[in-house]
Design a binder for this molecule. Structure first.
Ligand SMILES: CC(C)(COP(=O)(O)OP(=O)(O)OC[C@H]1O[C@@H](n2cnc3c(N)ncnc32)[C@H](O)[C@@H]1OP(=O)(O)O)[C@@H](O)C(=O)NCCC(=O)NCCS
Length: 343
């Protein structure tokens, strides 16, 4: 017989508050066209993207996270000291160690909250949310701050036609806390590592450091390029359209609801055509509000779902208490979908 005593937290968890931060600089497609042979019309029709935000030197991963988190904490009506854990999902924090989460936890004024980073690409928000729910129900934290934050402009090759127009910067955060009823449904998640080559960094850091110029990509002026995110657009597009609609449906089934019960759909903001195709496959009724924040935010990876959530609530397109399906998918390949009650 085990001698270990277990701990019990709240019966369930829910999102209590959300906040976002978008960098000041708005970048229209015209700026992207300075470096690639394309057109505003092509970018809009193929991706839906009209503008994105790019961070300046002061808008660091930590600074954007602190801004977004401050709003989420205020929205939740709690104090920073009550937060027991800070989970940061990002692929664009440039120090291998320590995690950026500890600095953010400190700057927010938490009381030595547990803090760590996770790397789950564009599914990062769903992964963080799932961890938060587990911590709250297990009792290792009463309130958990989940942040999705990216400065993808640092990892974008502006001469790459396939990706130059896609990515943006920003931070989104939610506070997750105790609940008496289930307000975060079961997560349907997974990975397909056999497709890991479809979205990846052009050159691993160690090869970049070794600096064998003959093997490193160079720009139009012959300078070695900084590593960037590259992807096989069509392969990822097909995977997202065919496989992710199934995962989204599984999340609805796991939560015991149908598309008719939904108020809001917040998929990862990668491409309006992917979003529209999922809406069709899932047969979402007209009354469901669909997030298409990608148009003015671009693809902000882990930040895209909380940023879109915050905007829908701020504009009144969605309201507190609405039932929303969220699904993230991307590099790994990884995915995570769940049904939540909006804060
Ligand atoms: C990137 C993406 C918008 C490209 O759209 P697409 O319709 O797949 O475009 P393709 O790569 O098939 O290219 C179609 C044509 O446009 C051309 N093209 C490619 N990039 C172009 C650009 N920036 N501007 C103009 N033309 C371009 C291609 O050369 C090709 O021309 P061809 O038909 O003469 O050969 C799309 O693939 C996509 O959104 N993929 C998924 C991205 C995603 O979801 N990522 C999420 C993970 S985080």
């Amino acid at each position: 017989m085990s001698k270990i005593k277990a701990r019990k937290g709240a019966p369930y968890a829910r999102i209590l508050g959300v906040g976002g931060y978008r960098p000041v600089r708005v970048v229209p497609n015209e700026v992207i066209l300075e470096k690639i042979d394309s057109s505003d019309e092509w970018i809009r029709s193929r991706s839906g993207i009209e503008t994105r935000h790019w961070a300046n030197d002061e808008e660091t991963v930590a600074a954007m996270s602190v801004e977004a988190s401050g709003k989420a904490i205020a929205d939740a009506g709690i104090a920073a000291e009550q937060i027991g854990a800070v989970v940061v999902s990002t692929v664009s924090h440039f120090s291998q160690t320590p995690a950026i989460a500890t600095e953010i936890a400190d700057r927010l004024g938490t009381d030595k909250a547990a803090a760590f980073d996770i790397s789950a690409g564009c599914a990062g928000f769903g992964y963080g949310l799932t961890l938060a729910k587990g911590m709250i129900v297990e009792g290792s934290a009463e309130y958990v701050l989940v942040i999705g934050v990216e400065r993808l402009s640092d990892l974008t090759d502006l001469e790459d036609r396939a990706t130059a127009f896609l990515f943006g910067d920003g931070a989104g955060a939610v506070v997750v806390g105790p609940a008496q009823e289930p307000h975060i449904g079961p997560t349907v998640w997974g990975s397909e590592g056999d497709k890991s080559e479809t979205i990846k960094q052009t050159v691993p850091w160690n090869e970049f450091r070794l600096g064998d110029v003959s093997k490193l990509p160079v720009d139009s002026e012959g300078n070695v390029k900084f590593p960037a995110i590259t992807q096989e657009g069509q392969a990822v597009f097909r995977w997202a359209v065919f496989e992710m609609a199934k995962v989204a449906q599984q999340a609805l089934d796991a939560a015991g609801i149908t598309a008719d019960d939904l108020d809001v759909f917040i998929p990862h903001q990668a491409n309006v055509r992917i979003i529209d195709s999922m809406v069709k496959t899932l047969k979402l009724p007209e009354h469901v509000t669909v997030a298409r924040d990608v148009r003015t935010t671009g693809n902000t990876s882990a930040a895209s779902i909380p940023l879109a959530m915050e905007r829908l609530l701020a504009t009144g397109e969605a309201k507190s208490g609405d039932t929303a399906l969220v699904i993230g998918f991307g590099a790994g390949l990884v995915y995570a979908a769940t049904v939540v009650t909006l804060p």
